[in-house]
Design a protein around this ligand. Structure first.
Ligand code: ZN
Ligand code: ZN
Length: 440
């Protein structure tokens, strides 16, 4: 009992303090691997009382000894977990936790999950998960934040049909999806003077082009609020741009910043595409992780998430939307193609129809979460076009990174420990997925 691996985790609920001890001598890595192979039901119970992994001892198989230690043992798996808290007090804390799990109620959340780290399989980075921090008191939990009604045309909006853009051009009177070259592009197609090689500091030339995609002539529209055929038209444009720009650039990054909180320069529904003559850092990292995986990494993720089911937000024949096991943002969603496609332009028409439908469901749930026009950054990751046909390890997917944590006003900030050490989150991905599912 007094072994090296003994850890204590205090969990405080209002008016009471329950102490839970995690016992064992196994290193954390073994705990993690045991967690990964445990059944979903066992993992859920585990997360409530803590878990450890240790070599089986004889008394682990002794029913009487197990009863004395209030220990439940999964025979043959070398997994032991022990609940040392008073059962009544623990039950009370669990009931409180269940009662307070509803984030939109504005109440705080009580969690008994101990801190742990999860690995992002797409980047290789670790994320610190600290669910017990959801127990701390919060102020200003929630305000009524129903999206303010916007006019369908804003004479001051530089993206509305017919209006003057800041670059000096007038938009045409477009009546569908409209794409134009960004007036202030981050990348330019023109040749630049070569960078002198050598030296201590490194730099390289960067060329490309950037465009803006207006999803609709309607200033008040959103991807979430559109009908499927309108969303389908946006998807068609994404696919067209990926093919057109991918024919001459190494990577095509399609993305959307929605909401002032995420730096969107206009509330008009729009996204962007930046194509570059190099593969950007994060895409390169995802390429490396998928390339070294055993089989298709994201096909394996789909299979594992289908089996676990607790992190799936929405699903259809062509797509799986999941809060990934390693999610860094509170309500992050990974949308993965079930078909073996590597780039947007490879999607069949059926898959594009199914994408319009699942996008509508996920984005509507986002808006319902805090009764607000939910801000996010989202973007597509397909195989970089620089890879040509050498991309069997890739699977098309989109990331959604919404910043909101507890209300339309309370957002997550990537600061402090996260800037200096490692990404950290409080709410577990499982709880976030459950919350989103309930809003479908
Ligand atoms: Zn507008
Ligand atoms: Zn990705």
């Amino acid at each position: 009992m007094a072994g090296r691996g003994r850890r204590r985790n205090r969990v405080a609920g209002p008016g009471q303090r329950t102490r839970i001890a995690l016992v064992g001598r196994a290193p954390r890595s073994r705990v993690r691997s045991a967690r990964a192979t445990a059944s979903p039901a066992l993992r859920r119970r585990w997360s409530l009382v803590g878990a450890t992994s240790a070599p089986c001892r004889d008394d682990d198989h002794d029913d009487a000894a197990a009863r004395r230690g209030n220990r439940r043992h999964a025979r043959g798996t070398s997994r032991v977990y022990r609940q040392l808290a008073g059962s009544q007090r623990l039950a009370g804390a669990l009931a409180l936790r269940r009662k307070r799990l509803d984030l939109s109620s504005g109440e705080s959340v009580v969690s008994l999950d101990p801190p742990h780290r999860r690995k992002n399989l797409l980047t290789g980075e670790w994320v610190l998960v600290s669910p017990q921090r959801m127990n701390r008191p919060w102020q200003g939990e929630r305000k009524s934040t129903a999206a303010a009604a916007r006019a369908s045309h804003d004479p001051d909006c530089y993206l509305c049909p017919g209006n003057l853009r800041s670059g000096g051009q007038h938009n045409p009177a477009y009546d569908a999806v409209f794409t134009f070259a960004n007036d202030f592009p981050a990348l330019e197609a023109r040749e630049t003077s070569p960078v002198e090689p050598g030296g201590f500091f490194q730099e390289m030339p960067a060329r490309g082009e950037a465009r803006v995609i207006c999803y609709s002539p309607d200033h008040s529209a959103t991807l979430a609020g559109m009908e499927d055929p309108q969303r389908r038209a946006v998807i068609e444009e994404w696919c067209r741009l990926s093919a057109e720009l991918g024919a001459r650039w190494d990577h095509v990054q399609i993305f959307e910043n929605k909401g002032a909180m995420m730096g969107a320069s206009s509330p008009h529904p729009h996204g962007q595409v930046w194509a570059s003559d190099y593969v950007p850092t994060l895409v390169e990292r995802e390429d490396a992780c998928q390339r070294k995986a055993d089989g298709s990494l994201l096909a394996n993720v789909i299979a594992a998430e289908d089996e676990a089911s607790e992190r799936i937000v929405a699903s259809n024949a062509h797509w799986q939307a999941v809060v990934p096991h390693w999610a860094a943002w509170p309500f992050e969603v990974l949308l993965i193609a079930r078909d073996d496609v590597r780039r947007l332009e490879e999607l069949t028409y059926d898959a594009r129809d199914a994408l319009a439908a699942i996008l509508g469901r996920v984005l509507t749930a986002y808006d319902r979460l805090f009764l607000t026009d939910f801000p996010y950054s989202m973007g597509w990751h397909g195989a970089p076009h620089a890879l040509g046909e050498d991309c069997a390890h890739w699977r098309l997917h989109a990331h959604f990174y919404p910043p909101l944590l507890r209300s339309a006003e309370i957002r997550k900030h990537m600061v402090g420990f996260e800037l200096l050490a490692e990404t950290q989150r409080d709410l577990t991905p499982e709880a976030a997925a459950e919350r989103l599912r309930r809003l479908m």
